[in-house]
Design a protein around this ligand. Structure first.
Ligand code: ADP
Ligand code: MG
Length: 259
């Protein structure tokens, strides 16, 4: 699957060392409120980057700019070498390559688990019913919920609903997965199953950006940790550097409040 511009051809060359995600000089304002103040970030293919930082620092806005749920005020975002902030780019094609999982799972309550997974495949990818059902079954298996195929969301735990939401995103065949505090709305005993699914995806080589307050997940799974505050990246590095031995007071202060 490639992002093709409405006029002309895409030139993505996945696998050749081009970063999967590249953010350059990204600014985003809501009215007078400048929420992102110049973000530069690269995520390599297969890399897992955890984004941490206090509430209001712009983490969600950054993720939302990466899949164009928000339009940047200034700067560029590239996915697999294609500038998705180019006005000529086909936004729907961009979104197909980027799966997103939110704190709130946003499943359709009136549809079964399987239908939640097949509907977007049919609507957005034009898959027929049988093909979509096959992909749905495969992805429910991956998240360990095959037995819930005919259940309705309300009958599932929060952790199971979030795993369905992950399976729904995976069923679209994304190259990149963005997670925005996927476990923050869950009871503590349900967090582990969701993190286990995310860890499996990381092990399979999925490119991931994960906004999370789960420091043990960030320590163990992230290739790189990015600490944001006030709309800028204050520091980034390996988990051992940023979480284990932060070099900025703001990072230390943030981490000390989590413990
Ligand atoms: P975080 O995810 O780090 O908590 P956000 O990116 O959600 O931070 O928000 C950063 C700032 O942007 C906050 O001050 C928030 O109120 C503001 N903001 C986010 N989305 C909108 C929006 N759609 N309209 C106006 N302000 C927004
Ligand atoms: Mg947020």
């Amino acid at each position: 699957m490639s992002i093709e511009k409405k006029n002309g051809t895409g030139t993505g060359d996945g696998g050749s060392g081009t970063p999967e995600i590249q953010v350059r000089g990204l600014h985003k304002s809501f009215g007078d409120n400048e929420v992102l103040r110049g973000i530069d970030l690269e995520v390599g293919s297969g890399e897992v980057v955890c984004v941490i930082g206090p509430s209001g620092s712009g983490k969600s806005t950054l993720l939302r700019c990466v899949n164009l749920l928000e339009e940047p005020t200034k700067g560029q975002v590239f996915v697999d070498g294609i500038e998705i902030t180019d006005p000529d780019v086909d936004i729907d094609a961009v979104r197909r390559r980027i799966g997103m999982v939110f704190q709130q799972f946003n499943l359709f309550p009136h549809l079964t688990v399987t239908d939640n997974l097949t509907l977007p495949q049919r609507r957005v990818l034009g898959r027929d019913k049988e093909a979509a059902a096959e992909v749905a079954a495969e992805n429910l298996r991956r998240v360990g919920l095959s037995e819930k195929a005919t259940a309705y969301p309300a009958s599932l735990s929060g952790g199971q609903q979030q795993r369905v939401a992950i399976a729904r995103a995976l069923a679209m065949g994304p190259e990149v997965m963005l997670f925005d505090e996927p476990t923050s709305a869950l009871d503590p005993e349900l967090v582990g199953d969701v993190l286990a699914v995310m860890r499996m995806l990381a092990d399979e080589g999925m490119t991931m950006m994960v906004v999370t307050h789960e420091m043990s997940f960030a320590r163990e799974v992230a290739d790189r940790v990015v600490f944001m505050d006030g709309g800028v990246i204050v520091e980034e590095g390996t988990p051992a550097q940023v979480i284990g031995n932060p070099s900025h007071d703001r990072t230390r202060h943030f981490l000390s409040r989590l413990l």
